[in-house]
Design a protein around this ligand. Structure first.
Ligand SMILES: Cc1cc2nc3c(=O)[nH]c(=O)nc-3n(C[C@H](O)[C@H](O)[C@H](O)COP(=O)(O)OP(=O)(O)OC[C@H]3O[C@@H](n4cnc5c(N)ncnc54)[C@H](O)[C@@H]3O)c2cc1C
Length: 382
């Protein structure tokens, strides 16, 4: 039985029994609970799901997030990535293969959650499963449960994601806007796929893929620009034919991959921006609750890990934590937005941009990633 399944669903949550209550047992919430426990605080987790699981998809952990996992003592099964390889989608021609050095890991989400859950179990952190919180009140110290009961907490960490109740409580007027992009995700079987993340770029759309686990499955995220809005949910399925149609103009390797897709999920990408304030009363937001991140830099979970660790060190002064952390998060979100535009270039801009990258590929393939050293080299655990 996996560690994630060893948790027992409890409904006997009593009042102000812990120093810290974390709402949401996703990547950010589990990491923050562990970090608080390692600081000697008593901590509990509340999660709406009946079991700690994740969707069947991958996630890239960059060195900045990996350092937090190391400090937490969490070691999920992963593959090391050797490069980020940019490819022109319609022709299939390589544009640049940027070596990433060590510390870039490709992980199955379920494996990451299982490793975090196993660590939480080892640290005796209680997880109240099957407990959906309907709202937060009373300056952030009061939770209203699905059964209508009121539960008081000493300090609340809102790790319940972009659509959670803590975000609604802390920043009720902050509404997302549609980015004009939708994304599909799928996993397909492969043989001997290179241990690298590939980005197949083209006008108005791009496709990212990388191998998982033993390298025999490939995680795919495909993005297309659209004018209409689609539901922002991870669980909406779509006809794989729609995905194949969207990339019908791409070269054979991508079309062959997409021919293998049997199940696909589709959702609209929303721009939430950084929530203007992360604390209200006893409640402080982390992860997607504080700053949902577009997937074009693969940093949402990495930033959630950083936030989880740093907030645990600064729980006595969350306003100060917010002030110190906000510039880095804002910069990362802006960098993610810029990537989407660069992947989707068309016409002369695309030709010139790809030519410049091909020149770099010959003489200095590592150069473009040097521009992200501020992001990847940071070690928030020291
Ligand atoms: C297509 C895609 C690809 C991505 N790829 C990457 C990547 O490669 N690298 C990366 O770093 N990031 C990536 N991200 C971003 C990353 O997935 C998120 O930033 C990260 O999962 C956020 O974690 P979180 O813990 O803050 O929130 P969530 O994962 O949303 O967890 C929230 C938890 O709270 C629970 N919850 C919610 N409401 C309630 C309630 N009312 N009561 C009780 N429990 C509740 C939920 O059930 C859930 O368990 C990607 C995102 C997308 C969309």
């Amino acid at each position: 039985m996996s560690a994630a399944r060893r948790f027992i669903a409890t409904t006997d949550m009593t009042t102000r029994t812990h120093d810290v209550t974390v709402l949401g047992a996703g990547i950010g919430g589990l990491a923050c609970a562990i970090a608080c426990r390692l600081r000697g605080l008593s901590v509990e987790l509340i999660e709406q799901a009946p079991a700690l699981t994740e969707v069947g998809a991958g996630i890239q952990i960059a060195p900045n997030g990996g350092r937090v996992l190391d400090a937490l003592g969490v070691r999920p099964r992963f593959l090391n990535s050797s490069a980020v390889h940019l490819i022109d989608g319609p022709t299939g021609r390589s544009v640049i293969g940027m070596p990433v050095g060590s510390g870039f890991r490709m992980v199955h989400r379920a494996d990451l959650i299982a490793a975090l859950a196993a660590r939480a179990t080892a640290l005796d952190i209680p997880v109240h499963l099957n407990n959906k919180i309907m709202s937060v009140a009373g300056e952030g110290g009061t939770l209203i449960t699905k059964g209508g009961e009121t539960r008081l907490v000493t300090r609340l960490i809102g790790a319940d994601g972009a659509h959670g109740v803590t975000r609604a409580f802390v920043a009720p007027d902050h509404k997302p806007t549609f980015t004009g992009q939708v994304a599909w995700r799928a996993v397909v079987p492969v043989d001997n796929w290179p241990r690298e993340a590939q980005v197949h770029m083209g006008p108005g759309r791009h496709l990212v893929c990388y191998p998982l686990r033993d390298g025999r499955s490939l995680n795919i995220v495909a993005v297309e620009e659209r004018s209409e809005w689609t539901v922002a949910s991870w669980s909406q399925t779509d006809d794989p034919e729609n995905l194949r149609q969207a990339f019908a103009g791409y070269a054979a390797p991508v079309r062959d991959l997409l021919a293998r897709v049997e199940e696909v999920h589709l959702w609209g990408l929303m721009d939430h921006g950084v929530t203007p304030n992360w604390t209200r009363g006893r409640c402080t937001l982390i992860g997607d609750a504080a700053h949902p991140t577009l997937p074009f830099l693969a940093q949402g979970a990495n930033l959630a890990l950083e936030g989880a660790w740093t907030l645990a060190q600064r729980l006595d002064d969350p306003e100060r934590w917010d002030k110190l952390r906000r510039p880095r998060v804002t910069r990362a979100l802006a960098a993610a937005g810029a990537n989407a535009r660069n992947y989707h270039l068309s016409g002369a801009k695309r030709r010139v941009g790809h030519l410049a990258l091909r020149v770099l590929d010959r003489f200095a393939p590592g150069l473009p990633l040097l521009g992200y050293r501020w992001l990847y080299d940071a070690d928030v655990t020291v």
